[in-house]
Ligand binder design. Sequence first.
Ligand SMILES: NC(=O)c1ccc[n+]([C@@H]2O[C@H](COP(=O)([O-])OP(=O)(O)OC[C@H]3O[C@@H](n4cnc5c(N)ncnc54)[C@H](OP(=O)(O)O)[C@@H]3O)[C@@H](O)[C@H]2O)c1
Length: 258
Amino acid sequence: MKDTSQKTVWITGASSGIGFSLTQCYLKAGWQVLASARRQGDLTLLLEHEDNLKFIPFDVSDDRQIESVRNLLATYTDHLDCAVLNAGTCEYLDINEEDPDWKMMDRVMSVNFFGLVNSVDVCLPLLKKAPKPHLVGVSSQAVQAAFPQAEAYGASKAAARYFLSSLRMDLKQFNIDVTCLLPGFVDTPLTQKNTFSMPFLMSADEAAKRMYKALQSRPYEFAFPKRLSMMLWMGRHLPKLWLSMLAPKPNDTKTFKK
Ligand SMILES: NC(=O)c1ccc[n+]([C@@H]2O[C@H](COP(=O)([O-])OP(=O)(O)OC[C@H]3O[C@@H](n4cnc5c(N)ncnc54)[C@H](OP(=O)(O)O)[C@@H]3O)[C@@H](O)[C@H]2O)c1
């Protein structure tokens, strides 16, 4: 017999890193997890053993998939208690190149911003059918102060944060709570290409545990770790000092790998 008290969450970007660890947290807590990404990736083994886990392929940047993904979700559940829209990518701009890759702005925005919009489009009808729905989006602490070479990533995550705050207002009438998560540096394939130092780096499991716990009280925003937030506060309030500390000097070699 179907457990009618069981809650259902849809997690995007579940095939690796934070999304994969979050999937494990929700499964451990007894949720049914509908997991999306382009590939099954790290989910492959788990899918063999977990009846409460289903994989729904979705390229968030492709708006032609919206209707079919929504229909697929509806084959597993008649409502979503929670959606954690976590899929994301990161590319760095290299201004030292003779012909900088400005098209990269499009690529990053199409996943981190328009991918988030497409994902909301997918799940909103099912969230509206839940008794106490919760919509969660993943931005980044990078929005709290500027970083070199992060023109695309930072802008996409700042856009995501604003989109979520505005959505929070418009969804209040439907009793849908909206949370924006702002993680600091987490050790995942996304950051493993970084060559610069990442203060207070934590594992994906630790980050997911903190996120899952924080989400229970449905905050508007949750930025962590706090020590990084304090460092970035300095970046916002002492911008000249921040610039002199972080801006590449003439003849500096590249800060980030591509
Ligand atoms: N790691 C950090 O330090 C950090 C800090 C702040 C915020 N974040 C944010 O946290 C989220 C998760 O990142 P992560 O660090 O866990 O990175 P990750 O390990 O690279 O995971 C990214 C996930 O997003 C999925 N994804 C990427 N492009 C996609 C697309 N077009 N359509 C659907 N899924 C797509 C990937 O799956 P497929 O490739 O299989 O599609 C993967 O499951 C991202 O939004 C990231 O910006 C990360």
